[in-house]
Design a protein around this ligand. Structure first.
Ligand SMILES: Cc1ncc(COP(=O)(O)O)c(C=O)c1O
Length: 400
């Protein structure tokens, strides 16, 4: 069964963590050598574009503020941004970390970039110099933005971040009006006002009601709010009333369904825009009674062939893959057996040695239902957000 983000949080203690250092600015290469065994990640530009078109259709052609936080959900920040930037449906980009916003500008991304997070005074100045839009997310954000803009010698643009019930970031809606009134006359160009949903249907409705009430009241007081936005992928699929002036999806752009895989794919077809690949490094025959990997949780009942793929949990293959994940080699899906180790995954290929050393193995991607990211998440009992965001940022990216 798919696991929602919320359900998954409850089981977080079991979540494997990345051990490597993110490299947000890592550029995509154009080719992988034919004799490479180490894993790589293919980013499918056509699939990204198709998903943008699908999301745009679902959102009634409203502009898309593309959320590409956390290394574009594992696909590579600048790789993804370079594909989306020229698309007319994409109004701009939203990230959570200052470093990501700066990396986008350094990579030549020119569309608006919104930092949906708090900024230090030093970062605020640097971000404004690079024409990054900041969030008014605390009581003193606006005065700090004005100060930073003066120091940077740049005009400031910002979005107001309202907390309507998530209690994570933003100014709580019930005491926001006096804070918003102080914005009048400040030299900040307010480009937008936004909130985020908890993704629990009944409460989302309540949150939207709170958002509309406060934004109506603010506008009635002459406060400029810019474009209103609230809908992440879940709401793009499931809550049309929340699409407002623009939508703010992340995961759907990358081709994964946000919540309920079965019902959402009946609404629209997304195409996973990534392929996690490596080449088979070992093919051997087990005898009856032979065991596989740490802990020996697989013992062969009869003679069978196995193959080793040099991709492990450090690369982003969930440790829980042994619970039902598959790997595709030459068009066939083979079950993962034994424990996934840091750098290796082992598959059972059956009675015949039907794969060879050097064959390309795909662990995640659109080409077989067994390795669709939502299926990987479902069969490993993790969240699809984790299945993507735990892809190791140092995996080489190839734009295809
Ligand atoms: C504030 C905010 N808006 C939008 C999104 C996009 O969400 P999703 O990837 O579910 O579309 C996120 C990501 O979690 C977010 O934190």
């Amino acid at each position: 069964m798919p696991v929602s983000r919320r359900e998954f949080v409850a089981g977080l203690a079991a979540t494997p963590l990345l051990t490597s250092v993110p490299s947000a600015t890592q550029a995509a290469t154009t080719a992988i050598s034919a004799d490479r065994f180490d894993p790589w990640l293919e980013i499918d530009a056509a699939a990204l574009r198709k998903n943008v078109a699908v999301v745009s259709g679902l959102a009634g052609k409203r502009p898309i503020l593309a959320v590409i936080k956390n290394n574009a959900y594992g696909l590579g920040l600048t790789t993804v941004a370079s594909v989306l930037d020229p698309m007319p449906q994409i109004k701009g980009f939203a990230v959570v970390k200052a470093e990501a916003a700066i990396a986008l500008r350094d990579a030549g991304i020119r569309k608006p970039v919104l930092l949906m997070g708090l900024f230090s005074d030093r970062d605020g100045e640097e971000l404004l110099r690079r024409d990054v839009q900041l969030s008014i997310c605390t009581d003193d954000s606006a005065s700090r933005i004005v100060r930073a803009a003066k120091k940077a010698g740049q005009p400031a643009a910002a979005h107001i971040y309202l907390d309507t019930g998530m209690s994570r970031m933003g100014i709580p809606y019930f005491r926001a009006l006096p804070v918003l009134r102080k914005l009048r006359g400040l030299e900040i160009n307010i480009e937008g006002t936004f909130t985020g949903f908890t993704e629990e249907s009944d409460f989302d409705r309540e949150q939207l009601g709170r958002f509309i009430e406060i934004t109506d009241a603010a506008r009635a007081s002459g406060i400029e709010l810019g474009s209103l936005h609230a809908a992440s992928s879940h709401a793009v699929f499931n809550y049309a009333d929340s699409h407002l002036d623009q939508v703010r999806p992340g995961i759907a752009l990358f081709g994964a369904y946000p919540s309920d895989f079965e019902s959402e794919r009946s609404i629209a077809t997304l195409t996973p825009a990534m392929r996690l690949k490596a080449r088979v490094v070992r093919v051997e025959q087990l005898r009856a009674g032979d065991s596989v990997s740490y802990g020996r949780n697989y013992i062969a009942e009869k003679s069978t062939w196995i193959a080793t793929i040099p991709v492990g949990h450090t690369d982003g293959m969930p440790r829980e893959a042994v619970n039902g994940a598959h790997v595709v080699v030459n068009g066939s899906a083979y079950p993962v057996i034994g424990a996934v180790s840091a750098s290796h995954t082992i598959i059972e290929v059956g009675d015949e040695p039907s794969v060879n050393i050097g064959d390309v193995a795909t662990l995640l991607g659109p080409d077989h239902p067994a390795i669709h990211p939502n299926q990987l998440a479902a069969s490993t009992g993790t969240s699809v957000y984790d299945a993507l965001m735990h892809l190791n940022p140092t995996l080489p990216k190839v734009l295809v």
